[in-house]
Design a protein around this ligand. Sequence first.
Ligand SMILES: CC(C)(COP(=O)(O)OP(=O)(O)OC[C@H]1O[C@@H](n2cnc3c(N)ncnc32)[C@H](O)[C@@H]1OP(=O)(O)O)[C@@H](O)C(=O)NCCC(=O)NCCS
Length: 173
Amino acid sequence: MTDAITLRESTPADIAFLQTLYPAAFPDEDLLPLVRSLLELPDVLSLLALARGVPAGHAVFTPGTVGGHAAPVALLGPVAVLPRHQCQGIGSTLIRGGRTRLEAAGTARLLVLGDPAYYGRHGFAATSDIRPPYDLPREWAPAWQSLSLGGDDAPMNGTLRVPGPWCNPALWA
Ligand SMILES: CC(C)(COP(=O)(O)OP(=O)(O)OC[C@H]1O[C@@H](n2cnc3c(N)ncnc32)[C@H](O)[C@@H]1OP(=O)(O)O)[C@@H](O)C(=O)NCCC(=O)NCCS
């Protein structure tokens, strides 16, 4: 099935699809205001996945920095796949595709707040060296995860700085 999945960067014309996708993938949350704000940021990587040419999933990668480190990092989220297309490799293709593009751009780490059972499959592991912009409930600590990119395992300590919409504590706790 994965050979039928293609990726491209989203365009403003994709907003209609995103307005369908996010309520379907997250029926208990309204992520559209966050997604719309993220898409207005410069340098955000917004990847659309197409299944046999039809939009089926989306992921956003927001550039940031950690503490005083010069190396760029990125925050993954949200990731969403239409329910009827889930478990067909689309989420994995989005994560791999973003990772490849970010590695090529020199990004050193990819951070995510999400289910370790899913992101662990992609090599993410819980981190306490890189702290989220806001304190998380203690029980969420395993969900705050990091992935080294491009073979860069140099230690990185500090707080993640990400722009605009992510500066809302409600998104983090
Ligand atoms: C999570 C999500 C993005 C995964 O995308 P997907 O295209 O369905 O995932 P893939 O096809 O690449 O991988 C499917 C595998 O991951 C597993 N998986 C999916 N969500 C999982 C989770 N939360 N925990 C553990 N495993 C999970 C599936 O069971 C499946 O396992 P299998 O390969 O052993 O059968 C998608 O299911 C989705 O949009 N869910 C609702 C929104 C959401 O939770 N987004 C992530 C948080 S930002």
